[in-house]
Ligand binder design. Sequence first.
Ligand code: RFL
Length: 404
Amino acid sequence: MGYNTTMRESSRVVVIGAGPAGLTLANLLRLAGVGCVVLERQSRSYVEQRQRAGVLDYASRRIFEEWGLAETLLAGAPEDHAIEIRVDGDPHVLDLRALSGGRTGRAIPQQMLITRLMTAFLENGGDLRFDAGDVALHDIDAPGLGPGSGSGPRVTYRDAEGAVREIACDYVAGCDGHHGVTRTAVPPRAATTYTYDHGIGWFTVLADAPPPRLPLFAISSHGFAAQFQRGPAACRLYLECAPDDAPDDWNDERIWKQARLRLGDETLPAGPIVDKGVVEMRSFVIDPMRYGRLFLVGDAAHIITPMGGKGMNLAIGDADVLARALRAAVRDGDEEPLAAYSATCLRRVWNQQEFSRWLTELVHESGDASLAGTFRRQLARARLDRLFASAPAGHAFADLLAGG
Ligand code: RFL
């Protein structure tokens, strides 16, 4: 096998990227009997260790249940049954199980879910190729008459040994995240993009420190803070900061001092910080999420701030819609669900963008008045009171957290 040799093969679907979107899609396609090859730029160990989200919402849990994957993927993952919103040190617990009528999610670190998805796919004979470089798409707007016809899309890449490979396919799933290559294959004239800068930053820390008993949002005049469990002995902290803050602006002493101040807990135990960074609080949506035979899935099509914990869940939701549509196209020759793919996903995407924005305003503006002024601070406090006192407001909140 020499370098620069082009090896040709074919598959129904080429999935680009092995994050939550790509690995969910690959597993569902396998269960649907639709052949696919997954190409991932990074190594297996890199993908398995990338730490990000931590909550699988109810809608995603239902997807895995419906496809018979929940037992394998979610074994031991605790129920996300309540949340604490602490206002100036005063705790308010929202019972999500009661407010949602039992439609709760599961707490599971993203990398654990990824590892399990990967194992499930590979153990069942899935074709997942790591270290795939220079992935490029060709003829994605070709009509596509089936693998081997020579008239459908093609995906080329360089494998771990440096050989160039080409896969002819019927459909390409762009699951390569916000900085991937697939979205750049969509000509600007063919789609509308929406971007929004939320005007704040979140300094985020992953620490080997005792996690809170419940997911915790803390509102105070010092700024917003949140703390979540990431496994039994680790936690993720988010601290509102200036959008142009750099990670080095926050040393360990400042991190724990601000966390204690904002959480209203002088005894908050510290621990070694394993990762820190500034999260850009930006939103992005492309419409439509399709161009020709290319379907964009998850972060490749939209990003949302971590407020509300919906990024990974939207990726899983898109993958479910696409897997069902591809099954209809391949098994029954019915391309209607594929035609509806983008509109079906975007309805949920905009619903969750609105929720995330609403929650962002609520928890930031009710705290530090320098952000939006004292009038808006009072409005945000009124919204908080409503959330704690009114059952319908609590139900609506729990319903949006449940997803779907
Ligand atoms: P991913 O996870 O970015 O995966 C994309 C995959 O594609 C690969 N790739 C390529 N492969 C081949 N060729 C190329 N040219 C490629 N370019 C990229 C990448 O290596 C990668 O393996 O996208 P996906 O699958 O759409 O999943 C999206 C989620 O990962 C993302 O939305 C969430 O992590 C967002 N997010 C959160 N979501 C939640 O639901 N709840 C949370 O609490 C939450 N917290 C977070 C987050 C994201 C964060 N960061 C770092 C952005 C916290 C953080 C700090």
